[in-house]
Design a protein around this ligand. Structure first.
Ligand SMILES: [Zn+2]
Length: 605
């Protein structure tokens, strides 16, 4: 019996797709995108004509059928809107308490958004399929915006109940003014900011080349066994019957999903131990399903992949998707991205972190609003401040470790790095950046972000060194710090390692951190029995600088001439007698000196 399909569209698309990708589920921009991606990954030669056919089909259908909009499409559905908004509107009108009003408005918006998703007509179809527009835009057009943001980012305490289609009332216009102005400013900046960030990223990542075949590390980053992002990576540790060193394919992903393992340790640019750049195994396969050849500048490729979707971010801000319910613990859009990378002194909605390991001994309201949380250990007390609206996440009496989160809000990555080390910082920034893209509907390859994290969070400051391997105050690149640590290590049972300095990385716990009870607990759970420690450790502070200033930490003084602060780079180079490797993997020294790029064998431009 011939297969039947729910719609003509599905039938037409299925005729173009290979058998195993045909199905009867509802087609949307997202599902079609996934199918094309699967197709392209598998076999580029087979994929090309099919993708071409899909494109032609789209063109043909727009001329034969076309989709048009009529006034009926934007006619507000007054009944539904009234039903959803009425209880909130009444409650808002009954109180003069601004905080309560804001809360009610925050609750009302997602309800109306949900109701709008089933709006009939061509606009509804376009939004649901993902072809054009977002649900929130449709909601504002045909139902009501409900909420407009003030300059502070809080909702204006008035519920906007009319739609753009019927026209806002004067008072509602007034309420929405600030947000409208903000959106206008964002649109003007939208053109300049992505270009600016692209340049900064390239400055930071330009020397991240594929330099060796295999750095031979048995370390990696912990990932969910069902995360499609583990495909095209190599496993760092055996899991679910798949041995260490295996390449994860779609087939192996399915196998891992079926097995009982929840997490796998996968090779990652973050934990690669290559001295310069990254190795082929830690970076994994490219979009064509092959290893990157030696010399490939995956840094510049990554910088482009990360900055390319930014214009889209800016545009969605313009179209008003910004004004939806905002959770202060979530970083969003282009601004959120810059906040995480620029780590400004005044970090908006900053979560309180434990300043050292100890116990929470007091939580009290601060007179200016917000909360004071006191942490105490054997020798000291410290009060950490959580701004208004960010509730404490700990209780009095609770034990905490340095860098643990004490309140809601956004964790400042630079603080996290200082407390929890390079590895935890890299992991956090990768995950947070990934979430920012995800919210905008962009599924960026995480390895680009991991590489950025590797380039960005890459230095430690030496506070003191009993063995005089380093100068106090010296800022050292992480990998050269690790090489020096590796000269003098001791192996010890994990249970006896508390308070010691790790000389080697284990998963997301990087070398250079002090072993705490949590670290011991986690590593034991992962099956780690012994760890390598440094017997006479230097005392260090891992550092993360704003991304614009990060390239100025590069040890090669000529490489620093490709970025800002030229005068200081020159002066430092003279004062400290610094050198430059004109035959290295950074392109600037070769350019500045005017020689051929590199020499001899290996990865060269
Ligand atoms: Zn590696």
């Amino acid at each position: 019996m011939p297969k039947t399909f729910a719609t003509l569209g599905q039938h037409l698309v299925n005729q173009i797709l290979p058998k195993d990708l045909q199905d009867e589920s509802q087609l949307s921009k997202g599902t079609l995108h996934d199918k094309i991606r699967a197709l392209a990954r598998r076999d580029t030669v087979d994929a090309a004509p099919r993708i071409e056919a899909l494109r032609a089909l789209g063109h043909e259908l727009t001329t034969t059928e076309g989709i048009s909009a009529s006034l009926a499409d934007i006619t507000p559905d007054y009944k539904t809107r009234e039903r959803v908004l009425r209880p909130y509107l009444t409650a808002v009108q009954q109180t003069n308490d601004v905080t309560k009003r804001r809360e009610l408005i925050r609750q009302a918006q997602p309800k109306l958004l949900e109701a709008t998703k089933s709006h009939p007509g061509s606009f509804g179809i376009m939004v649901r399929s993902g072809a054009r527009g977002k649900p929130v835009q449709l909601m504002k057009d045909v139902a009501a915006p409900v909420m407009a943001l003030e300059a502070s980012g809080d909702p204006y305490p008035w519920l906007i109940r009319h739609s753009y289609a019927e026209g806002l009332r004067n008072s509602e216009m007034w309420a929405a003014n600030t947000e409208t102005r903000n959106n206008q400013i964002d649109t003007r900046l939208a053109v300049t900011e992505p270009g600016d960030l692209a340049k900064i990223l390239v400055n930071n990542m330009t020397d991240q080349l594929i330099t060796v075949e295999d750095c031979k590390t048995n370390n990696g980053t912990s990932m969910s066994a069902s995360d499609p992002q583990i495909v095209d990576r190599y496993l760092a540790r055996s899991a679910g019957g798949v041995s260490a060193g295996s390449l994860v394919t779609q087939h192996i992903l399915t196998k891992l999903k079926k097995s009982n393992v929840t997490n796998v340790l996968a090779r990652s640019p973050m934990t690669c131990e290559a001295t310069d750049g990254v190795c082929q195994k830690c970076f994994g396969l490219n979009h064509r399903g092959r290893v990157h050849s030696l010399g490939t500048n995956v840094g510049v490729i990554g910088a482009q992949a990360i900055s390319e979707p930014l214009t889209q971010f800016a545009l969605s801000a313009k179209h008003g998707t910004r004004s939806t319910v905002a959770d202060k613990s979530i970083v969003r859009g282009h601004r959120g991205l810059r906040q995480l990378l620029d780590v400004p002194e005044a970090f908006p909605n900053k979560a309180a972190l434990a300043p050292f390991s100890g116990k929470v001994t007091d939580i009290r309201k601060a007179p200016q609003g917000g909360t004071y949380i006191t942490t105490t250990d054997a020798d000291e007390n410290a009060r950490t401040y959580a701004p208004p609206g960010l509730m404490p996440k700990v209780q009095v009496g609770q034990k905490v470790e340095a860098g643990d989160v004490l309140s809601q809000g956004i964790v400042n990555p630079a603080e996290l790095v200082a407390h929890k080390g390079i590895g935890a910082g890299r992991r956090y920034i990768t995950d947070s950046l990934y979430d920012v893209y995800k919210q905008q509907g962009v599924d960026v390859d995480k390895r680009h972000l991991e590489l950025l994290a590797r380039a960005h969070i890459n230095h430690v400051r030496i506070d003191d060194d009993p063995q005089s391997r380093f100068q106090p105050g010296e800022v050292v690149a992480y990998n050269s710090f690790l090489r020096r640590l590796a000269e003098d290590v001791k192996t010890t049972a994990i249970g006896k390692a508390e308070g010691k300095l790790l000389a080697k990385g284990y998963g997301d716990y990087s070398a250079g951190i002090i072993v705490t009870p949590t670290v011991i607990h986690d590593l034991k759970k992962q099956g780690v029995k012994q760890v390598k420690i440094t017997p006479e450790p230097p005392s260090i502070t891992p550092i993360m600088r704003p991304i614009t200033r990060n390239p100025a930490l590069h040890p090669d003084w000529m490489a620093r001439l490709g970025t800002r602060g030229l005068r200081q780079s020159m002066l430092e180079a003279v004062h400290f007698g610094q050198q430059s490797n004109i035959h290295g993997i950074h392109p600037i020294p070769a350019l500045a000196y005017g020689v051929e790029f590199g020499e001899g064998k290996g990865p060269r431009y």
